[in-house]
Structures are given as structure tokens and as C-alpha cells.
Design a protein around this ligand. Structure first.
Ligand SMILES: NC(=O)c1ccc[n+]([C@@H]2O[C@H](COP(=O)([O-])OP(=O)(O)OC[C@H]3O[C@@H](n4cnc5c(N)ncnc54)[C@H](OP(=O)(O)O)[C@@H]3O)[C@@H](O)[C@H]2O)c1
Length: 250
């Protein structure tokens, strides 16, 4: 196993489940010291146990600026630097136009957009020059999905933030890229589709729409994040990499 991240400090928001958890395991397996965040303490503790190695869990809601400060206080105390930031915390739910609520809008944009903005901005003093930032977008940010407009719009915003931030961070040689998963087998996806058998039916249907013939696995998003964060991607900047079995290209 390659150890591309020995002695690197990696912060992963939303690292207790799904894509974030798989990515935390992958970074830890390659030698990184990893910080993960999530809102639920028990889930956080279970994730820390699963990941093993040099991992620290900080309970935090990334839509809260005070919580973000606590995350970086913890990093400051232990390592005082960040080499890789994976701003991944996010989620959404389905409501068609006509049923959209202010509450849904606020919840979605507070985590996905406001959270991403301040997760990155507040990391700046700790990020090393030459560091790598990866943001989690979504195929839903690039194409339409019935009853998913608020989520899609929030992810389109995330994608565009990267375009301007590579200019703002130019002098520090910090790269910013977006990983945009297609439907990926996580609790988050199951919840979006109403859970249980109903969700399985939607996932089975989606698999027939994806050129690869199946939904993705969190580990497949994780390997892409590690690639984008690594020196192998040293000239990739401001890009959006779809990990979707071809869904967005058809
Ligand atoms: N799965 C897919 O099909 C898919 C496709 C495209 C994009 N994505 C994106 O991928 C990212 C991860 O999703 P996932 O599918 O892995 O979902 P997941 O299994 O539900 O994991 C979401 C993670 O984010 C945390 N989280 C959510 N809101 C948070 C907040 N406000 N503050 C801190 N942590 C928060 C969750 O922990 P707590 O709930 O305990 O806070 C959990 O650790 C999201 O940005 C999602 O939009 C997923």
C-alpha cells in the first residue's frame, strides 16, 4: 500500500458516515492524521473506532461558525497545520417546486453552501501553502432532477465557489477541486429516497440509468478524493471530477 499521506494532516467534514467515513479510512490507511466531524456524538465515536490510527473526532455542525472554530481549535492544539481539507458535510431532501419550504431552503443552504464557505475560509490560517482542498459537489449540481432543485442549486453553488477560490488562493498555491458523486450507496442516499424497500426500488431504477449499470460505492469516491488531494493531481485545479459511472455525460 502506498503511503502518500504520511505525516499529513487531513480534515474531513461529515466524516462519520458514507463518503466521508470511507475517505477518512483511506487517508488513515495511507498514513495521515485525520480529523472528522459530524453532529451526532455516538455516531462520531463509532466512526473514530472504525477508522483507527491517528484520528480525532470533533462534534460539530458545520453550518455553525462557532462549531467550525472549535474544529480548527482542535487542529491548532494538536498539529497547527492542515495539508488536506475535504469539505464534504452536506445533504438534502426532495420537495417539488410548489412544496419547497423556507425551512428546507435554509437547512440545505446552511450546511451545503454556508458551511462549505466558512469551513474553507476559517481553515485558511492553518492550511499550508501548497495544500489541497476538495469540495463535495454532486451530479445534481450539473443537471436537473425532479423535486431536487434546492439541493441541486446548493451543489451548483459549491461547484462555482471553487472557480473563484483558485484565484483567491493563487499566491498560496492551494489547489481547490470538486468531486461530484453520482448516486452512491450511503445512508444519506437511502434517506433521500424515503428509506427501506422504497429507497431500494429507486436505487435499482437509477442503476438502469447509469452507463456503468450500478450505483457507486463510497470507496470509489474516496479513491478519487485521495487522488485529487495527492501530488499525482498537482496540475489539476478548479476542476470538477464526476464519479458517477457516466451518468452526467449522457
Ligand atoms: N450518496 C450520494 O449519492 C451522494 C451523491 C452526490 C453527492 N453526495 C454528497 O456527499 C456528501 C456525503 O454524503 P453521504 O451520501 O456520504 O451521506 P451520509 O452517509 O448521510 O453522510 C453525511 C455525513 O455528513 C455529516 N453531516 C451532515 N450534515 C452535517 C452538518 N451540518 N455538520 C456536520 N456534519 C454534517 C453526517 O453526520 P451527522 O448527521 O451526524 O452530522 C455524516 O457524517 C454530501 O455532501 C452529499 O450531498 C452524496
Amino acid at each position: 500500500m502506498a503511503h502518500r499521506f504520511n505525516n499529513k494532516v487531513v480534515v474531513i467534514t461529515g466524516g462519520t458516515s458514507g463518503i466521508g467515513l470511507a475517505t477518512a479510512k483511506a487517508f488513515a490507511a495511507e498514513g495521515a492524521a485525520v480529523f472528522i466531524t459530524g453532529r451526532r456524538q455516538q455516531v462520531l465515536e463509532a466512526a473514530v473506532k472504525q477508522i483507527g490510527g491517528r484520528v480525532t473526532g470533533v462534534r460539530a455542525d458545520m453550518s455553525s461558525l462557532a462549531d467550525i472554530d472549535r474544529v480548527y481549535d482542535a487542529v491548532q492544539q494538536q498539529y497547527a497545520q492542515i495539508d488536506v481539507l475535504f469539505a464534504n458535510a452536506g445533504g438534502g431532501d426532495m420537495l417539488p417546486l410548489g412544496a419547497i419550504t423556507e425551512e428546507q431552503y435554509q437547512r440545505t443552504f446552511d450546511t451545503n453552501v454556508k458551511g462549505t464557505i466558512f469551513t474553507v475560509q476559517k481553515a485558511l490560517p492553518l492550511l499550508k501553502d501548497g495544500a489541497s482542498i476538495v469540495l463535495t459537489g454532486s451530479t445534481a449540481g450539473a443537471s436537473g432532477t425532479s423535486a431536487f432543485s434546492i439541493y441541486g442549486a446548493s451543489k451548483a453553488a459549491v461547484r462555482n465557489l471553487a472557480r473563484s477560490w483558485i484565484l483567491d488562493l493563487k499566491d498560496r498555491h492551494i489547489r481547490v477541486n470538486v468531486v461530484s458523486p453520482g448516486p452512491t450507496e450511503t445512508i444519506g442516499l437511502t434517506d433521500v429516497f424515503g428509506g427501506g424497500e422504497q429507497a431500494q426500488g429507486v436505487k435499482d431504477f437509477l442503476a438502469t440509468q447509469i452507463p456503468a449499470g450500478r450505483v457507486g460505492r463510497p470507496e470509489e469516491i474516496a479513491t478519487t478524493v485521495l487522488f485529487l488531494a495527492s501530488d499525482d493531481a498537482s496540475f489539476i485545479n478548479g476542476a470538477e471530477l464526476f464519479v458517477d459511472g457516466g451518468l452526467t455525460q449522457i
